[in-house]
Ligand binder design. Structure first.
Ligand SMILES: [Zn+2]
Ligand SMILES: [Zn+2]
Length: 306
């Protein structure tokens, strides 16, 4: 706790300009999904959710293949992008993706590559239903994922829709000039407007102990000082919850102002942590914190069934 506070002070004052961490770190889809696949595979053995984590590892691998083979997605004109950035709007609004033919094409390609992949029977049946869905129903699935309004009875189908959307959204954000997107609001991705999945203290920058929030949809990371609520920006009433004795490298940052929490992963201590995979694998922390009365602000389509 004191470690976190010291570092927040360090970030807030007296950091020389040359050592300022960049505001944005754009995704590298070619690496992102492959690293995530490896992490899911590493987390699975002996875990309570072993079968599910192993399946998500194979799904992430299929996303990696998709990311490496899809056509570069179409982008708005540079003038449109600049106008949105100048108005502090997400430059690639995620809502546009629901009706984007590139998303349907990506979904079809993903489904094809998953045909021979081992998965739980429930997931197999859900994939078959999603593949057989009429175009309007398919579009409604994409829209539900993008609006964080997935119906509880159809979570499994939406995992595949979300997987396709993640690849297209990450591929779009990856094509941006990182200097263009501007801060939009707390808890909102400057690139696509998506909500965060989790945050992480990174280890691979010159400045030590800098925290980035990662977008649940396009995986863009934006800088956010520590000991400050990711959702509402409050610096008061912030506390850290962890599961005693299990992993002090993953904590829930709770906010008494808005009563939500977002996880913070310490990649300085544990560089192998991956925001999406470790978020799923640390489900026990969510159970603990939600039971104590905080609402989860991080969005993770792979956690919706729990
Ligand atoms: Zn985003
Ligand atoms: Zn808050």
């Amino acid at each position: 706790m004191s470690d976190d506070q010291d570092l927040a002070t360090f970030e807030d004052v007296g950091t020389p300009e040359r050592d300022k961490p960049p505001f944005l770190r754009l995704p590298e889809p070619g690496k992102l999904f492959a690293i995530r696949a490896e992490r899911f595979a590493a987390l699975a053995p002996g875990h309570q959710l072993e079968g599910y984590l192993a399946f998500l590892g194979r799904l992430s691998q299929a996303q990696a293949t998709l990311a490496a083979t899809i056509d570069p997605p179409a982008m708005p004109s540079p003038a449109d992008l600049r106008l949105r950035a100048a108005n502090a709007m997400p430059v690639l609004p995620r809502e546009e993706l629901a009706a984007d033919p590139a998303v349907t094409a990506a979904f079809d390609q993903l489904a094809k590559s998953l045909a021979d992949v081992a998965m739980p029977d429930l997931a197999r049946a859900a994939l078959a239903r999603a593949v057989a869905a009429e175009p309007e129903a398919r579009q409604a699935m994409f829209a539900a994922v993008l609006a964080d309004a997935v119906p509880v009875e159809a979570v499994a189908e939406h995992i595949f829709a979300a997987a396709a959307l993640q690849v297209v959204a990450a591929s779009r954000s990856a094509r941006l000039d990182p200097a263009l997107p501007q801060p939009v609001a707390d808890g909102v991705c400057p690139c696509c407007g998506g909500p965060p999945v989790a945050s992480a203290v990174v280890a691979d920058l010159n400045v030590e102990g800098v925290r980035y929030v990662q977008c649940s949809l396009c995986a863009t990371q934006w800088n956010h000082v520590r000991v400050k609520c990711v959702s509402c920006g409050s610096t008061k009433g912030i506390a850290y919850q962890e599961i005693e004795g299990i992993a002090d490298t993953i904590k829930a940052e709770t906010c008494d102002e808005c009563r939500t929490y977002v996880k913070i992963l310490n990649r300085r201590k544990a560089p192998e942590l991956e925001p999406v995979a470790d978020d799923v694998a640390s489900l026990g922390l969510d159970l603990l914190v939600t039971e104590a009365g905080w609402r989860r602000a991080g969005v993770n389509p792979f956690l919706l069934g729990y």
